[in-house]
Design a protein around this ligand. Sequence first.
Ligand SMILES: *Cc1c(COP(=O)(O)O)cnc(C)c1O
Length: 234
Amino acid sequence: MTGNSFVRDNLDRVLENIINACIKAGRPVDEVQLLAVTKTVAPELINEAIDWGVTAIGENRVQEFLGKRDALHLDGVKAHLIGHLQTNKVKSIVGTVDMIQSVDSERLLTAISADSEKKGIVTDILLEVNVGREPQKSGALPELLPELLDKAAQCKGVFVRGLMTVPPILDTEAEKRKIFSEMYQLFIDNQSKKLDNINMNVLSMGMSGDYYEAILEGATTVRVGSAIFGRRQY
Ligand SMILES: *Cc1c(COP(=O)(O)O)cnc(C)c1O
């Protein structure tokens, strides 16, 4: 196999950091899933990461994912949509990915559910929370989460597997851990509710700059892009 071994070296380093974070947190290593974020990355590099053991990838944009999909070795690999989804793209993506992580409105819930029902499937989703309350960011505000969960319980075409967040970029370890711990608390508070179509076991948080801290605070999925594939070229 040809290829750029920097992807393998990076991947080994990330996996080692994940293991170390689990050990530090006293958590079983298999509790944390690595989602390799592949936006802007060429299929050859993505396939190299897959050959080196990546079992889940995350893409941000519907068109980009659909354009690359046929070139990817997705056998046995999960694909997640992690970027903001417009309602008019719902039809194109439902049924092509294993999970949509970025659901943040009733409108989107309804659209994904309706299209899934039409296709005879149930789509696994995460609800995206704007835990840092940043005006420019997608994600539901924390206090709107209960309403969103009630709505999801009525949407037979979706199944809520957990929560996702993209927190503010913070400098210190203490600040990072504080915001992740807020998110974890929110996850725990809402997890206990017994609602239809909802069983929250996934907490998706942590990216290249902060996945270590995210794991310390309870992340079950970390979404890592540039630490594996290098700086993105847009
Ligand atoms: C791009 C992106 C990531 C990965 O970011 P890196 O800093 O490159 O690891 C994770 N999550 C979302 C939602 C993204 O858009």
